[in-house]
Design a protein around this ligand. Structure first.
Ligand SMILES: [Zn+2]
Length: 440
């Protein structure tokens, strides 16, 4: 019962978070949740196969022997001499972002224990597996090619000896248009386990990324590559290697308050250093950290990258500087220590620091920049970007395929904004979504 309460609390916090209404505070680890994080939590025993050494074929003497990692064929698909189209600094690099996708839509929208407002939150901010598959197919068919967000901008020294950002010229195959994809909140928050989502990423016996999933109807636990955004994109790129430039996939935007990628790697500061519960908690946390390492390694090896979404999903527009400092240090300590440093920050709720990072560079923005962030991504109606003239940083917006935009927004206009990627009328699954209507 205690765990259920904690899960519900978390669901409320997270839906508020992504629904851009309220924010989950750093006290997301409220005392009631301690029980959920102790070693007896069922999620440890639910761990699927032990990630092992990727099953690489033995080298043979045949000259035509495969080179081992199938991803090499993706990474090396485009030859340098084929990259003859210069995509200059004035040409837009489009950017789409997704929240975790809904594996069991009927369950999520109608049958889970979630409240109506929670279900409507899922409808607003997420897409289903089928919709996601159709969106990937459509952007591919329309000539987009995945590029690494890290390759879009770079630092240079201007004539005054100052470091500033610049948009790079991307070299693409003829006829292709660059696309960045980011995935927000790839943390597998506990509420998702209750509402028809997958529960963590793992490395399968084949060395590839799989998602662990529990069938909400039968309780059966299994691994899948068909119900989670990450392995679906991996497979799509294997099937369409021309969709990826130099093996690029997407970038994860990670918080830290429930660990990362489905592993509860976060510290719990409610357990005092001298608490009798500390040793067991430390042991549990260390095991989660060890378990996530091969997942991070395989993701990095296969074109995935990582950015910060702040540790506590905090609202940067209204937080005091000291809160931002504490949060940033905690992200670096608990998340950056695992995934490596990043120059990319994805604003929770899309909220811009100091009220507005576009016209001014306030103290919070300056602090974040001083901590190594160079690309500050919000959410908007286009893939807008702006290189700041007074500091080495760029701000940019991302488009958001989800229920709000698939339904046409408040006045039907999002249909047109997304038409270059897909026709929402062909994508939205009105048979399974709640009857909330469309505006197109
Ligand atoms: Zn978020």
């Amino acid at each position: 019962m205690k765990r259920l309460t904690a899960a519900l609390l978390c669901a409320l916090l997270l839906l508020a978070a992504c629904g851009a209404k309220e924010q989950p505070e750093q006290s997301a680890s409220a005392p009631t949740e301690t029980a959920q994080q102790t070693p007896d939590a069922s999620e440890t025993s639910a761990e699927p196969e032990q990630p092992g050494t990727p099953a690489e074929p033995e080298p043979t003497e045949s000259a035509a022997a495969p080179t081992g990692d199938p991803y090499d064929a993706v990474k090396n698909y485009w030859k340098p001499e084929q990259l003859t189209q210069a995509w200059g600094p004035d040409q837009v690099v489009e950017h789409l972002f997704f929240h975790p996708i809904i594996a069991y839509p009927k369950y999520a929208f109608y049958e889970s224990g979630a409240s109506q407002s929670q279900r409507y939150g899922l409808d607003d901010w997420m897409v289903t597996v089928d919709e996601y598959n159709k969106i990937l197919q459509s952007v591919y068919d329309k000539g987009y090619i995945l590029v690494a967000m890290e390759d879009v901008w770079s630092e240079y020294t201007n004539e005054n000896g100052e470091q500033r950002m610049q948009r790079n010229t991307l070299m693409l195959p003829e006829g292709k248009k660059p696309l960045v994809i980011s995935f927000d909140d790839v943390n597998y928050y506990p509420y998702m386990l209750e509402e028809g989502f997958t529960s963590k990423l793992v490395v399968g016996d084949d060395g590839e990324i799989w998602a662990a999933c529990t069938d909400p109807y039968t309780g059966e636990e299994f691994l899948t590559q068909e119900l989670d955004a990450t392995p679906i994109l991996d497979r799509f790129v294997y099937e369409h290697p021309d969709f990826s430039l130099n093996g690029a996939k997407a970038i994860f935007s990670l918080t830290g308050y429930y660990g990362i990628l489905g592993y509860r790697t976060q510290d719990d500061r409610d357990i005092a250093k001298d608490s009798p519960d500390r040793p067991a908690f430390e042991q549990y946390r260390a095991a989660e950290i060890e378990a996530v390492k091969p997942v991070i390694a395989r993701l990095k090896e296969t074109g995935w990258t990582f950015g910060s979404h702040t540790w506590g999903h905090i609202r940067l527009a209204s937080k005091p500087l000291q809160t931002v400092i504490n949060d940033t240090e905690r992200w670096a300590d608990e998340v950056g220590s695992l995934v490596g440093p990043t120059t990319i920050l994805f604003y929770p709720h899309g909220g811009r620091p100091d009220g507005d990072d576009w016209k001014k560079t306030g103290p919070i923005f300056q602090y974040l920049q001083s901590q190594g962030f160079r690309v500050f991504a919000s959410v908007g109606t286009s893939s807008f970007s702006y290189i700041k003239p007074d500091i080495c940083a760029v701000i940019c917006d991302r488009l958001h395929p989800d229920g709000t935009t698939l339904r046409g927004g408040s006045d039907g206009r999002t249909l047109g904004w997304y038409m270059q990627f897909y026709d929402a009328r062909d994508i939205i699954d009105l048979d399974v979504r709640p009857p909330l209507g469309v505006t197109w």
